[in-house]
Design a binder for this molecule. Structure first.
Ligand code: MLT
Length: 395
């Protein structure tokens, strides 16, 4: 037997990560019922291929890698300048000032959300509920003190700092929210920035779904004055440009983020990334750069529109059946209340057993998600239409 010590905080986690648990249950069902066609509307994984402009840029980059004169070894640890500049320009087109030097390219928003705890000490962490489970799990792994900001239908699933007492927190905000789709307007986000500035808190703002926003809502926390002094922003090409399998994202850590004790968060993150991360491959970064070009943005918007039509179809069917739901307007997720008082996991089992549809139980996003359920609009149109027909038979 080994005598080493392990990180015992892991004992406080649920046995498996939400989407691994769902995958396990679906595999078991398929093994038992190989003749049934299961439609997956669980994990938010895209189904449309990469935009043509992205593919061409990647092909060209791969060819460069096969020629001695243009071959490249390790990528720069914080991302190629061409991509950092393209991200900065993407913000600029939205009227937001983000310096290219404050942008750190990575292989995914999930990695950055999970890794950011490395540079933070023992703070109290404020996590909305329901929300993307990685915020919670990564802080549990670090043994951090966690407070939940419970959200509900009553507040439109948008928590407000008015319930807080001025304590300093590391505050997680996901807007548009995964799973509810709730999106802060400028006034709502300003309340959080003002709170953070007054209380000396840090906001970790997850904007992975900003490309799905329809309407006048902020796409970046840096649209709010003062955010550059209290917020880190994490964004991704996964959902916007279909990069779930290609892997590329970025995190903005402004130069202006400094602690009372004289630490620069940007320096800490730079040091962390240089030590533990070796960058994103050149062809992928060229593809990401192309996704942010004028043509790329247009092509990617067409992907988003396709998924939003799926969301509309799901929402229409739920309305027809009188099922309470929200989302699908600024996000690719529909958040619904399970019928007949079922729990999310009970509804999960029912849908899988009776109509072979996989969704995500609300409980997986925190206790405040109990009794709710998430369906993703990222399926193919055919699958979504089939799912809608099947859903109507049991609702
Ligand atoms: C989700 O389904 O919530 C997301 O796809 C998970 C992720 O982005 O890691």
């Amino acid at each position: 037997m080994m005598k080493i010590k392990v990180n015992e905080n892991f004992a406080a986690l649920k046995e498996s990560y939400l989407f691994s648990e769902i995958g396990k249950r679906v595999r078991a069902y398929k093994e038992a019922h190989p003749e049934k066609k299961v439609i997956r509307l669980g994990i938010g994984d895209v189904t449309l291929p990469l935009a043509p402009v992205v593919v061409s840029a990647m092909e060209k980059a791969v060819k460069e890698m096969g020629v001695k004169e243009t071959f490249r070894g390790y990528p720069p640890e914080y991302g190629h300048d061409f991509l950092r500049e393209a991200i900065s320009a993407y913000y600029k087109r939205k009227g937001v000032k983000v310096a290219a030097g404050d942008v750190f390219v990575s292989d995914g928003a999930k990695s950055d959300v999970g890794n950011i705890v490395d540079i933070l000490g023992k703070n109290t962490v404020l996590i909305p509920s329901p929300v993307y489970p990685v915020y919670m799990d990564s802080n549990v792994m670090s043994g951090n003190k966690i407070e939940l900001l419970e959200e509900s239908e009553a507040d439109g699933f948008l928590g407000s700092p008015c319930v807080l007492d001025g304590e300093t927190y590391v505050i997680y905000i996901c807007s548009p929210n995964n799973p509810t789709g709730a999106t802060y307007d400028r006034a709502g986000l300003k309340e959080w920035v003002d709170y953070a500035l007054e209380s000396g808190s840090l906001i970790i703002f997850d904007s992975a779904y900003e490309a799905f926003i329809h309407g006048d809502y902020p796409h970046s926390i840096y649209e709010i004055e003062g955010a550059e002094k209290c917020a880190i922003e994490i964004c991704s090409f996964s959902k916007t440009a279909g990069f779930t399998g290609t892997r590329c994202a970025w995190t903005v850590v402004p130069e202006t983020l400094e602690t009372e004790s004289g630490f620069s968060l940007k320096k800490l993150w730079a040091r962390r990334q240089a030590t533990k991360f070796n960058g994103v491959s050149y062809p992928v970064q060229r593809g990401a750069e192309a996704a942010l070009s004028e043509e790329g943005v247009k092509e990617c918007a067409a992907l988003v529109d396709y998924y939003m039509e799926n969301a509309r179809l799901i929402s229409e069917a739920l309305s027809e059946k009188g099922v309470w739901h929200t989302g699908g307007v600024c996000s690719p997720y529909i958040w619904l209340k399970c019928p007949n008082g079922l729990s999310g996991w009970e509804f999960f089992d029912l849908l899988l057993e009776k109509v072979q549809i996989v969704g995500t139980p609300g409980e997986g996003f925190g206790d405040a998600g109990s009794g709710y359920f998430r369906l993703t609009a990222f399926g193919s149109r055919e699958d979504t239409m089939e799912a809608v027909n099947r859903l109507k038979t049991i609702l």
